[in-house]
Design a binder for this molecule. Structure first.
Ligand code: GLU
Length: 279
């Protein structure tokens, strides 16, 4: 099977050096394997995504010497299809509308949960019928019901990145405790959550190798569960190290000083960028 990977930036700011590393790595791995390297714009944040950033990202990638195969896939053009697919889970009774605010959730969680670094939804709205949904509601997955029909041994993924390589088995009871009823449909615009759109796209674009930053590792179990619920294949994952500054701080997206455009303006060459990220 031909190696197919992608670079999936959100066009909400300039391409910075951390993204450049991700793009170069995925591109080089695809080319070394005689495979395909695709470009996807994750632009479902309709307020923050801008065509100017989309154009600049393309220019920066081309300047870095990276070429992508086929047309650019823009998520904003596929929103209806994502939402239609999410509706099939509603028909299976796996979704419910949720009107809780962040402070409602904090108040319902009496004590911090052990081994969990983010807030796991306490299930306040679980069981509410979808017919009660109002535009202000988010849509959550009833994870316990969703896991009910799943073969536990099927919840598995392969990781080839440096931090936690190997086979990762997802145990339903741990997943329930650490992930919980995730939001799949955002409140307000009703657009599906980023990690669901991304899972649909990886399948639609026939991606069999996902190469991305370590900061996204924690989304992988959720995506694997969603792939099983929707009958999609699970790609092989490679989460790479993050590019940090001299003080060891992760480079923020808004750090314009690290934008590729700034380096270009300052006279850097693509080879300089590769050297800076350790390639
Ligand atoms: N759009 C995400 C980002 O810019 C990447 C998602 C992914 O690679 O799966 O961080």
């Amino acid at each position: 099977m031909i190696f197919r990977t992608r670079f999936a930036p959100s066009p909400t700011g300039p391409l910075h050096i951390g993204h450049a590393y991700s793009a170069i790595l995925a591109h080089d791995m695809a080319r070394a394997a005689d495979g395909a390297f695709l470009l996807r714009m994750e632009d479902t944040d309709l307020e923050r995504s801008k065509p100017e950033w989309d154009t600049l990202i393309q220019e920066d990638l081309a300047w870095l010497g990276l070429s992508w195969d086929g047309p650019i896939h823009r998520q904003s053009e596929h929103v209806d299809s994502y939402n239609a697919r999410l509706d099939t889970l509603a028909a299976r009774g796996l979704l419910y509308p949720c009107s809780c605010t962040r402070s409602d959730i904090r108040a319902a969680l009496a004590a911090p949960q052990e081994g969990v670094t983010h807030q796991v939804y306490p299930g306040t709205c679980r069981g509410r019928p979808m017919s009660e949904r109002t535009p202000g509601d988010a849509i959550r997955l009833d994870l316990s019901r969703a896991l009910d029909g799943l073969e536990p041994a099927s919840l598995v993924f392969e990781e080839t990145g440096p931090s936690s390589p190997g086979t990762h088995m997802l145990h339903p009871e741990i997943v329930l405790r650490t992930i919980g009823d995730v939001v799949l449909g955002r409140k307000g615009d009703g657009i599906v959550a980023y990690f669901l759109a991304s899972a649909f796209d990886d399948a639609d674009q026939k991606i069999n190798h996902v190469i991305r930053g370590e900061d996204l590792f924690d989304f992988t179990p959720v995506q694997v569960i969603l792939q099983h619920l929707f009958g999609l294949p699970t790609p092989i994952y490679h989460h790479h190290r993050l590019i940090r500054d001299e003080a060891g701080t992760r480079l923020a997206k808004r750090d314009d000083a690290r934008a590729i455009r700034t380096y270009r303006d300052d006279g850097a060459t693509p080879a300089d960028i590769r050297r800076m990220v350790g390639l």
